[in-house]
Design a protein around this ligand. Structure first.
Ligand code: 5GP
Ligand code: MG
Length: 189
């Protein structure tokens, strides 16, 4: 495993190793298996960023479940949010009366998850919960709790394990963060 990667001439340092991520994914799945043992939830992955987390998480789920995907517009090639969200692919499932678990890679400003919550709530689910691998809590503006959080991280740009930089490096097995940050805060799980 590399301790850093270079992308577009910028250096990113290892932040969360494959082992750390997988341990936490198993813990999150354990909680979900317990909480949904009497239900048949629909896990909704938010494309593109969550596809690897989603695939790892869902294979640790042992309760009956269904899956579906939503696709939202991305950051483009920049490192900061464009400040608006667009729906690029809607759901194919019936949400009404169902237990919905949205699976996100990362909640940053909270704009996307707020948009998703409003979109899904309109269809009258029986319940609505969110699992996100990463949460930049200090900069998030959401006014509802995130039910399952893998790691709280400082507001820094991270890549790998599904998360892109200008659409690349989603295939990295670990998570890396932009080097040279003054913030030495460790991820909290
Ligand atoms: P939000 O709407 O909460 O500001 O951002 C949500 C989306 O922006 C995430 O699902 C993710 O796709 C992208 N994003 C937010 N922070 C980061 C980051 O640090 N790295 C990468 N690669 N994408 C991010
Ligand atoms: Mg995302």
């Amino acid at each position: 495993m590399n301790d850093h990667v270079i992308v577009n001439n910028e250096r990113f340092d290892l932040y969360l190793s494959e082992e750390q991520i997988h341990r936490r994914v198993r813990e999150l799945a354990g909680q979900l298996n317990e909480d949904y043992k009497d239900n048949v939830p629909i896990f909704i992955g938010i494309l593109n960023g969550s596809f690897i987390f989603f695939a790892d998480l869902i294979r640790q789920i042992t309760v009956d479940c269904e899956v579906d995907f939503l696709k939202l517009s991305s950051y483009g090639d920049a490192k900061i949010s464009a400040g608006q969200v667009r729906l690029l692919k809607d759901l194919n499932c019936q949400v009404e009366g169902r237990d919905i678990v949205v699976v996100e890679d990362i909640v940053d400003s909270g704009l996307s998850i707020d948009f998703i919550k409003k979109l899904i709530s309109r269809e009258n689910p029986r319940s609505f919960r969110v699992v996100t691998l990463l949460f930049k809590k200090s900069v998030s503006k959401i006014d509802f709790p995130l039910d399952y959080v893998g790691f709280e991280i400082p507001p820094e740009f991270v890549i790998g394990y599904g998360l892109d930089y200008a659409q690349k490096v989603r295939n990295l097995r670990s998570i890396y963060r932009l080097s040279g940050s003054k913030n030495q805060e460790k991820p909290r799980s």
